[in-house]
Design a protein around this ligand. Structure first.
Ligand code: ADP
Length: 190
């Protein structure tokens, strides 16, 4: 299997790129943000819980997120591999993911990170907020809080994967197509 963590700060373009790359590599794309939003829309118990955190731009608690992610993986027993988008976002999530994949004789082949400067990201998110209907994209305070969560809890995962020789940074500034090509060059080696 080819299991890739597509990484990067809020608004880096992970969802867009994952959708373009999943077909090329025959991988299942799991976006934790999308799964949460689906649950919110359908007013499930998980959705009601997640909404209280997401609307503020806070991370949903690890245990809830990890259980959900494992259930999503287990729905796809025949997969050729996964693109994880928005997961892991904390050190405990990364450790849980390794342990979980290990029980299946699988591993993460690499973390591929979209690197984009923060100023550009805030602009992109506010622009997306005009049409996405996402409460967490419309208010600069909530956006700043998401960056704060990213910088304090998530950014360290670069070191976690780099220590295993598994971190691959990609310049995330450019056209969508240019960035897909840069990512594909890395995916090909994993
Ligand atoms: P972004 O565009 O900010 O990267 P996502 O759509 O991936 O956003 O996630 C939106 C929100 O969903 C996050 O701000 C967080 O509240 C919640 N969320 C998504 N993935 C996780 C995770 N792995 N751990 C905790 N919370 C998560």
């Amino acid at each position: 299997m080819k299991n890739i963590v597509l990484f990067g700060p809020p608004g880096a373009g992970k969802g867009t790129q994952a959708e373009l790359l999943k077909g090329k590599y025959n991988l299942v794309h799991i976006s934790t943000g999308d799964v949460f939003r689906f649950n919110i829309k359908n007013e499930t118990e998980l959705g009601v819980l997640a909404k209280t955190y997401m609307d503020k731009g806070d991370l949903v608690p690890d245990e809830v997120t990890i259980n959900m992610l494992e259930a999503e993986v287990d729905k796809n027993v025949d997969a050729n591999g996964f693109i994880f988008d928005g997961f892991p976002r904390t050190q405990s999530q990364a450790e849980a993911l390794d342990g979980f994949l290990n029980t299946k004789g699988e591993k993460i082949n690499g973390m591929v990170a979209l690197e984009v400067p923060e100023d550009l990201l805030v602009e992109r998110l506010l622009e997306r907020g005009k049409t996405s209907g996402r409460a967490d994209d419309t208010d600069e305070g909530k956006i700043r809080n998401r960056f704060n969560e990213y910088n304090t809890k998530t950014a360290i995962l670069k070191d976690y994967y780099a220590a295993k020789g598994n971190y691959f940074g990609v310049n995330g500034v450019g056209s969508i197509q240019e960035i897909t090509e840069r990512l594909a060059k890395v995916f090909d080696t994993l």
